[in-house]
Design a protein around this ligand. Sequence first.
Ligand code: GUN
Length: 284
Amino acid sequence: MPDMRATSLDGRAVADAIAERVSARVAALPRPPKLVFVRVGEDPASASYVRSKQRLARRVGVEAETLVLPEETDQATLMASVVAVVEDEGVDGVLVQLPLPAHLDEAPVLEAIDPDKDVDGFHAVNVGRLWSGLPGLVPCTPLGLEAICDHYGITLQGQRVVIVGRSNLVGKPAAALFLRRHATVTLAHSRTRDLGDVVREADVVVAAVGRAGIVQGAMVKPGAAVLDVGMSRVDGKIVGDVAPDVWDVAGAVTPMPGGTGLVTVAMVVQNTVSAAERRIAAAR
Ligand code: GUN
């Protein structure tokens, strides 16, 4: 069945389109936006993510710096460092790369970020704004999923969206975002009973558990769109939450790599420009 393979939803194409729109917004500002990353320790994956976010920021004219703190940094030192960055009037966006080393507590660090500089959208104020329908900064991966659907003309209004995974980073904010787009949203997870029966209802599936191949071809309705946010290393290879046989059933699938991750990176930069626009307008 060679003509049955799903369309590949190319994250690079979506990210490039976003970068182009964001560049034009930067050019219209009286000064460049400034984004500061805070990273603790030397986890190679985290270092690589921050590098790619910083590279795209600079490409579109956003000033980007990274503060790297040593692995053994204690909570008080991290808090003081984040607060100093947040209080810097010249900084529009602050992003603390997660996960932090195990001895550090993430929650107070995320709450120390000014919600209007919180380009990750993880602060409780931004979570509340998102669920209340108020303007605010929205987490980047869910924004990216929405952008992929819009770029490829995947309808959301009235459609059934099943999200597998209930993290604060992806599953929960994606549910709020797709609800805002008038989808009928189901938030499933690794302990959902009869997961296949639930996923099979979906016109759009979001796979965001972080377990390789948790979404299988037999669980997917023919023609559905499947967005893969998972990332695991299996035998040295990077794989997603979507099993290879999904490509024989679905209508469209994000590849891994080359899919949702690239769009997440673009959304960090978009959020920074949104934050800068608001701060510049408020200062007038
Ligand atoms: N680690 C994995 N994804 C993310 C993200 O979206 N933001 C931050 N800050 N850390 C992450």
